[in-house]
Design a protein around this ligand. Structure first.
Ligand code: HT7
Ligand code: ZN
Length: 876
């Protein structure tokens, strides 16, 4: 495919006024009639043709105002339909008839079939697989949709908006009509038809309108949709309270399907979900599953205002809806659960996924300026870094001005397709701040590195903080401007209280926010009566890497006294990382691994501190991951050494804390019937963390076997199984537990995905043979994205020692899988391939194997645009 550039954006020549669609559904021969009313935009020359997008379409009819268009007046090419000699000024109607084959559609884009249900996915460019259309987000129109299908097999006929009516047609078929009064871009169109069960409820909006809520799932699975319904109602209330946003149709529907490329899709009034993010009950869903369902239900619902009512002018503006909506769902979860624990989870995820992307060959700005395949830009940079940038706007402006800016945005741009510049302008206007420098967060890729050092002057009672920032080069951006970095800070005195600063010079401060804006900046805090400990980047106020040589004693001081609990967790991490890095080096050199007493003391103090909520303590005890350690080391990585070193640090902590961990496994028992609430989940998390340490200390499986047998919920069961399989992979106990689990859940594909994932992530070189064997299991299905992600995806993304085998077999395996998956589902193939994005930071032998495997992919014939875009950028 060719490269599309932001600077080439032009509005369409023709304005689309109305869309009328009629679907005659058939598994292999669906007929689509699209009636489109256009008029020529003012100022556009009278001979400009109408050019519509299309992809894999068979056109069977083309009319202008109900008259057949002569062959000489149009061209149907592979990806466009061009129509000439159209009216100069008056509106006209184009009627296009196309025929499509949903059954044969394995890409899961456009109209496809999943478990006998017709389903569409149109974002980003799937609508053009249904009919010829101006398939771009700045074309907003009002849609009427008629659906005709066989009544017995397809009783349910759904589309966007409000239901107009329907009836039988006398020939065994029936029809339903829907009208969506809100102008929308084609990517928000949806149609679902089939035979499904439903869970129903209602919601009364703040202004008193009653909305029908319906969640459609496979028959028999209705009881597993009740938590999703609860999450939906809480999301609707929260958006009213926090952002003043009400729902705007008579009905809101969610449909769960089992074949889906992503998590979910925010089609107007008709969200379509991967069933993984709808279905839950205590026996089959973990606490993490419940939290994900809550977050994704909220996310898609929140899109109704941030994405649907106000949409993107073009796909370069994707972060306008995604970054903002992720920020909104993060805030929702923080309000529903523990704010600190939520923030820790967000930052862990950001560092594990976005930081590596920003540091590798796929790095791109939050608001990119060019792309070859838009599907490859639904990235953690656009989503998660985009959310962090929104969070920083709130930090820079303060809560009140942020709210004012959001209100202005909703008021000014409702019904429009806009840009990041439009969004930022609202905040600049209400705050009277120049946000030009701040906007570099949208335009410069790469994670800024901030280096800090402090000097205390007892005689002058001042603390001098020297800051320096550097944004590393990224593909296409070799040199960068200094950014506006909002750093929340605290100065902790020896007794743990905060220093009362009398004045600050050298930087703007707003509350506890220090504004770093220069490349180098020296800040002096006065009135400080004794040497303080600086806590920098509280709450992870800026998504940066920080280079700040603090002593273990200072870090331990923060871990003990900070009023910002996130900063306490951060300090524990900062204590752990140097130990883990040194441990990897020792393991590599065959030397004994050493663990500082200060780390062990601080971790165990947090573990035993009954004033801290259990979920926080569980996070505190979870050491940085092997990927975190690799990132800290920076290059020439040996995943085996990192793994071995980390194991030994775990053992040292486990042995030192054995009595505390034993006590916790008793204290944290959750009694009574299962409840997925955050407090109960936190107790389970702490108990399972303690259990995992105890198994390290004892180095035998008995305790995990007992936990597996005693478990009465999926969180405890899957944790116990993970411990058994990962720590004692060759044991009879692990084999027995895996077999029991499989037999018990063989009819529940979402639970079997956990069984695949646990085995795909067993550390060590033997993992590859296990994965290969599991692919032949009758429960595996290479065309279902959830199965493929659970087995092949987690192996590549989350098994550093298994995937990065020194002999390169892991990479060659992945290359073969990518070529195979690409023949069916290019989007899925491209996404899984990004697991190799950090290949250049491996030691030479592994990096060489990885490069060769990537080259093998480029040699594949007929690569999709999705995969060739990723592989070429990774090899550049
Ligand atoms: N806006 C959606 C992103 C999306 C997607 C979803 C399913 C399949 C293909 C897709 N392409 C893009 C999901 C969201 O961010 O809410
Ligand atoms: Zn989204």
């Amino acid at each position: 495919g060719e490269i599309i550039h932001l600077e080439d954006y032009r509005p369409t020549d023709f304005v689309l006024e109305r869309v009328d669609l009629t679907f005659e559904l058939d598994p292999t021969e669906t007929k689509v009639e699209a009636r489109l009313i256009f008029h020529r935009r003012e100022g556009v020359s009278a001979d400009a043709p109408l050019v519509l997008d299309g992809d894999e379409l068979t056109m069977t009819g083309l009319l202008l105002d109900q008259e057949e268009i002569a062959a000489a007046n149009y061209d149907a090419a592979e990806h466009t339909l061009t129509i000439r000699h159209l009216p100069a000024a008056a509106p006209f109607e184009i009627t296009i008839t196309t025929q499509i084959n949903p059954e044969a559609n394995t890409t899961l884009m456009g109209l496809y079939r999943t478990s006998n249900v017709y389903c569409t996915q149109c974002e980003a460019e799937g609508f053009r697989r249904i009919t010829y259309f101006p398939d771009r987000p700045d074309v907003l129109a009002v849609y009427t949709v008629n659906i005709i299908a066989d009544k017995a097999s397809t009783p349910l006929l759904l589309s966007n908006g409000n239901y107009l009516g329907g009836a039988g047609m006398g020939d065994g078929r029936h029809f339903a009509a829907w009208f969506d009064p809100h102008p929308k871009p084609s990517y928000l169109f949806a149609l679902v038809a089939g035979d499904l069960g439903v869970v129903e409820d209602t919601f009364t909006t703040l202004s008193g309108r009653e909305v029908a809520l319906k969640i459609y799932v496979e028959h028999g699975k209705e009881p597993r949709a009740t938590y999703a319904m609860d999450a939906l109602k809480r999301s609707m209330s929260w958006d009213e309270e926090r952002f003043g946003r009400e729902y705007d149709l008579d009905i809101f529907m969610i449909v769960a399907v089992s074949d889906f490329n992503m998590g979910a899709m925010e089609n107007k009034g008709l969200n379509v979900f991967n069933d993984k993010y709808v279905l839950a009950d205590p026996e089959t869903a973990t606490d993490a599953d419940y939290a994900n369902i809550e977050a994704i239900i909220a996310h898609e619902y929140f899109h109704n205002w941030t994405g649907n009512r106000i949409t993107c002018r073009d796909w370069f503006q994707l972060c306008l809806k995604e970054g903002l909506t992720v920020y909104r769902d993060h805030e929702f979860s923080a309000d529903q659960r523990s704010r600190t624990v939520k923030r820790i989870a967000e930052v862990r995820h950001l560092k594990a996924e976005q930081f590596p992307e920003d540091a590798g060959p796929l790095a791109h700005p939050v608001r990119p300026t060019k792309f070859r395949e838009i599907n490859n830009f639904y990235t953690t940079t656009v989503y998660e870094k985009g959310s962090e940038v929104t969070r920083m706007i709130a930090t820079v402006l303060g809560a009140d001005l942020f709210k004012k800016g959001m209100d202005l945005y909703f008021e000014r741009h409702d019904g429009q397709a806009v840009t990041i510049e439009d969004f930022v302008a609202c905040f600049a206007e209400v705050s009277k701040r120049d946000l030009t420098q701040f906007s570099l967060w949208y335009h410069q890729a790469g994670t800024p590195l901030v280096s800090a050092s402090t000097a205390y002057d007892a005689a002058r009672q001042t603390l001098t903080l020297s800051l320096e920032q550097m944004v590393p080069p990224t593909p296409g951006q070799s040199s960068k401007e200094p950014m506006h970095i909002p750093l929340r800070i605290g100065l902790l005195l020896e007794d743990g209280t905060e220093a009362q600063v009398t004045s600050v010079s050298g930087a703007e401060m707003t509350g506890d926010v220090l504004h770093l804006v220069e490349r180098k900046q020296t800040v002096v805090f006065a009135g400080i009566t004794s040497r303080p400990v600086l806590s920098l980047n509280r709450g992870f106020s800026a998504p940066i890497n920080l280079h700040f040589e603090q002593t273990p004693a200072d870090r331990a001081h923060i871990a003990r006294y900070e009023s910002d609990l996130f900063a306490r967790w951060q300090a524990l991490n900062d204590l752990a990382l140097p130990n883990l890095v040194a441990a990897a080096a020792s393991a590599k050199a065959g030397k004994p691994v050493h663990c500082d007493a200060s780390l062990i003391d601080a971790l165990l103090a947090a573990a035993a501190d009954g004033d801290l909520e259990p979920a926080f303590r569980a996070q505190a005890l979870s050491l940085p991951s092997e990927a975190d350690i690799a990132r800290e080391i920076g290059g020439n990585n040996d995943p085996d050494a990192i793994h071995a070193g980390r194991q030994q640090i775990m053992s040292a902590i486990a042995k030192a804390g054995q009595t505390i961990f034993e006590k916790l496994t008793d204290e944290m028992v959750v009694s009574g019937p299962f409840s997925p609430d955050a407090a109960s989940a936190g107790r389970r998390a702490l108990r399972n963390t303690a259990l995992s340490y105890l198994v390290y200390a004892e180095n035998q499986p008995a305790r995990a076997v007992d936990a597996f047998n005693a478990a009465n919920n999926m969180t405890d069961l899957s944790q116990a199984l993970t411990i058994l399989a990962h720590r004692f992979p060759e044991s009879a106990e692990a084999a027995q537990a895996l077999a029991t689990f499989k037999a018990r859940f063989a009819d529940n594909a979402l639970v079997i995905d956990k069984w695949f994932t646990i085995q795909a992530t067993i550390p060590g070189a033997a993992a590859l043979n296990r994965v290969t064997a599991l692919m032949a299991d009758p429960l595996f299905n290479g065309s279902n994205p959830n199965r493929v992600r659970a087995l092949v995806g987690t192996f590549a993304f989350s098994n550093p020692t298994g995937f990065n085998r020194a002999d390169g077999e892991g990479y060659r395996f992945l290359a073969r899988q990518i070529l195979d998956i690409d023949t069916r589902n290019p989007q899925l193939a491209a996404r899984i391939l990004t697991s190799m994005r950090s290949w250049r930071s491996l030691e030479d032998v592994r990096a060489g194997h990885a490069r060769n495997a990537l080259r093998d992919i480029t040699a594949g014939k007929k690569l999709s645009a999705d995969v060739s875009d990723i592989v070429e950028r990774m090899l550049k």
